[in-house]
Ligand binder design. Sequence first.
Ligand code: ADP
Ligand code: ZN
Length: 652
Amino acid sequence: MAKENKKPEPNKKPKFSAYWIYAIIIVGFLVLNFMGGSSGLGSAPNTSPSEFQDFLEKGEVEKVVVVTNRRQAKVFLTPEARALDKHKEGRSKSILPKSPSDPDYQFEFGDLQNFENKIATIKKENNLSTTVSYDTESSFWGEIFITLLPFALIIGVWIFIMRRMSGGAGGGAGGQIFNIGKSKARLFDQNTDVKVSFENVAGLEGAKEEIQEIVDFLKNPEKYTSLGGKIPKGALLVGPPGTGKTLLAKAVAGEAKVPFFSLSGSDFVEMFVGVGASRVRDLFKQAKEKSPAIIFIDEIDAIGRARGKSNFSGSNDERENTLNQLLTEMDGFGTNTNVIVIAATNRADVLDKALMRAGRFDRQIYVDLPDVRERKEIFEVHLRPLKKLDNELDTDFLAKQTPGFSGADIANVCNEAALIAARKGNKAVGKQDFLDAVDRIVGGLEKKNKIITPGEKRAIAFHEAGHATVSWMLEHAAPLVKVTIVPRGQSLGAAWYLPEERLIVRPNQMLDEMCAALGGRAAEQVIFNEISTGALSDLEKVTKQARAMVTIYGLNDKIGNLTYYDSSGQSEYSFAKPYSEQTSELIDKEISNIIETQYQRAIDLLEKHKDKLTELAEVLLEKEVIFKDNLEKIFGERPFGKKEEEIIPEPS
Ligand code: ADP
Ligand code: ZN
């Protein structure tokens, strides 16, 4: 529901009094129940079995009803007997008015058998025509309660589920059941104090330029429509998470000064059929009321995944309905409604083609991970709010230290650095705090007190030294710059690389990288003649890479120039492999071949440079962290001079 609605909802009041009515009814029930007593409403004065016997012998009893389950007898007198004074007195004792069909007396008998026999004898002796009938009876209110209980339970459970589903947070009790079909979009408009402009978005020049157009469309639509052009209805922001897609969309709204409805694709998806579609309808209705406006749908792949094919579960239909509704709404609003839909996804390839058709999300804007220069700008944006920065802080340096970081990661680094500085009790946030923050974000918390035996420490040192040695020796492997054996997060040690930024990768480069990744295990083998579980993540990486070479990039001679990769994500082979059994065997064999060859290569290299490997490991054991200088001291200048641009941390 829209946030700006500060007036109390007019439909709240009657609901509140409805609760009072329920309460009154319940209290009424209880009161009646107690007044009626345990024997129900029509309770008659009690009498005793001997008195009854007396009445019966005198022929004053017309009928006896035996309530077997309560061992109770109800006595009905003859009209003549009722007229007698002694019985009138009894009748007037009763609280409630009597009707002739109510019993005159009631009493409890002991044993049914005895009681029956007694009546029978008296009847025979006095030659009476008194009728005896049998009945069972249960408490009227008890009965009702038992009957209604299941219904009450079902309704209770239903209300509970409905409340949970409609978000639950805040709002009056009960009211949410009716909101389930309402959109959950959050509204940012001039009243909300979230103000984002293009100032806040660093880098992303291309994306900003393209999106600037949308701001223009929203600001002065006439300029474009007067020439007969149509204003686009949607733009799709495509890029990895945390690269600033939401930020960009917010900036558009901020710059155009229009309301901004923000929600995530998964907000449409609920357990109930039809909810998604009705939420889409509601969202567009709200947006049109506030037009010009922007609707931002984050993670649109939650609903926009290609229809059909992918799986057999029923939830698919619901998603399809939602998607269809979205398409209908986008087609439905005219170009003059001034509502622009901006959606974000990190997987444009899996989206339904219908979404990308002209007239829907016809603009696709790519938002990539930032490069060095952009990272510098993002740092500058996020350093602004930090108080008391160290003077020597150099954003160029920080940008170089954080390759592969998204905008969100950088924001996180800045925040973490401030926290670290505060924890140390520093007056200013300094360079070291940022480096610690980067380490921490990449590898997790430093675990200084993790218990590692000297033997294990030695194994770890040789493992890391193995990575360092192999990568130093291979032409295409990224050279190591920093090696540490300080345990951090899940990893026991880490090697930091200096990768080249490559757009295409050659098989030799991949093989060298795999060889370096296997260098850790190879060193353990060469030095200790036994291997360990410490190479798990290396093996995982290498296996994935080898498989990709064979099955995805077509880099294997035996398999040839084909790929089993399906970029559309709509593969029909989700259950069967797209290749024959023989090919699958061949693939396995080739993968294993590649890996074993590289492993042997690493072993040979390390055997040859065993002395240097040992030297490096000893230095590492002593210092725990070593840098490029230490490596150069041992190995000499690296033969393959490379431009050192960036450092990629690589847990091993
Ligand atoms: P996405 O929607 O792409 O997953 P967000 O837009 O939510 O990512 O970004 C999360 C946060 O990361 C933002 O709030 C912002 O602080 C930071 N951020 C990301 N990209 C940038 C950028 N280009 N400039 C400044 N900050 C950024
Ligand atoms: Zn390793």
